[in-house]
Design a binder for this molecule. Structure first.
Ligand code: R5P
Length: 318
């Protein structure tokens, strides 16, 4: 049980996106979840009612805005709105997976910036803080005018891969967007780095054009924030195989979106293991034996405890 902080009693309320993660977090905190009734009106609109006192509490609302993203996002907004109108002392939106983040800038005229729009919606609904894990881009923090604690799964992946003691390994950035996190993983594991450059040829399709670095005879390890259709990773595996890398590729990714053809692409035999976290539930039909799910619950729970007690969370980054 966590003692009361400056913002009142700690309460954790969970949306419907990832009940198992909510269970794990509440178990870590030795507390039960706050009671909330989330149902639908006949026309599909969402109805939320908190079934216990929320006045003056330090409320954490857990909701990954994963598939179906629009449903889960609106549910989160309505929960925050209801808590604000119930006079909660402070409201933290906990979004282990923050959807709509990949449009974080305009790449072409007349496009939206949905990462910013979602931030505006959360602030308008009444969120006082946000706790997130591996936002697609660091600048999304700046879309908020409220504090954002941005956790990272990198230490979980680095520890897991280090334990494997893979022979002759190389960390490979699957595209230029993955260079920073791949370099960090390479530094943490004291491994060389290779970089694949890909060209986008369609909305969900990329084509590898160049690779920099030595991969021949090596065991590739790739790290991504998101596996959506796995097109980026599958294209990277193609080029790695053509360049003589070992057909034993390890993939780490924080958010297992696994949309469309992702499962078939990940099933290819050159991919040995796919290591993800549980920010998004992996349904049984998509849970290939090679998919290993690391729990982000201790990290999120410890961050919640520390935010509640006004303690530093920076030790969670290392
Ligand atoms: C892109 O910017 C992201 O970091 C991922 O590389 C991308 O979203 C993965 O998408 P997909 O799995 O569909 O290639």
């Amino acid at each position: 049980m966590v003692e009361s902080g400056a913002y009142g009693e700690l309460k954790l309320f969970c949306g419907t996106a990832n009940p198992a993660l909510g269970e794990e977090i509440s178990a870590y905190l030795h507390m039960s979840q706050g009671r909330v009734n989330i149902t639908r009106f006949a026309d599909g609109e969402i109805y939320v009612r908190f079934e216990e006192n929320a006045r003056g509490v330090d409320a954490f609302v857990l909701q990954s805005t994963c598939h179906p993203v629009n449903e889960h996002l609106v549910e989160l907004l309505i929960m925050v709105d209801a808590l604000r109108r119930a006079s909660a002392g402070r409201i933290t939106a906990v979004t282990p997976y923050y959807g709509y983040a990949r449009k974080d800038k305009k790449d072409a005229p007349r496009e939206p910036i949905t990462g910013r729009l979602v931030a505006d919606l959360l602030m308008t609904a009444g969120a006082d803080r946000v706790l997130a894990l591996d936002l697609h881009a660091g600048q999304i923090e700046g879309f908020f005018n409220i504090p954002v604690d941005h956790l990272r799964a990198m230490p979980l992946f680095a520890d897991f891969v280090r334990e494997k003691d893979l022979p002759n390994a190389v960390v490979v950035a699957a595209d230029d967007g993955a260079v920073k996190r791949s370099k960090e993983l390479a530094d943490r594991l004291d491994l060389p780095l290779a970089i694949i450059f890909q060209r986008r040829v369609g909305k969900d399709v990329k084509e590898p054009v160049e690779i920099v670095g030595e991969v021949e005879g090596k065991t590739p390890i790739m790290i991504e924030d998101i596996i959506d259709t796995a097109g980026t990773l599958s294209g990277a595996v193609d080029v790695l195989m053509r360049r003589g890398a070992r057909p034993e590729v390890y993939i780490c990714a924080t958010h297992a979106v696994l949309a469309g053809p992702a499962t078939e692409r990940l099933a290819r035999q050159e991919i040995r293991e796919v290591i993800v976290t549980n920010t998004i539930p992996v349904p049984p039909a998509k849970h290939l034996p090679k998919i290993i799910v690391l729990s982000a619950a201790p990290l999120l729970a410890e961050a919640i405890r520390r935010i509640h007690l006004n303690q530093s969370v920076s030790m969670l980054f290392t």
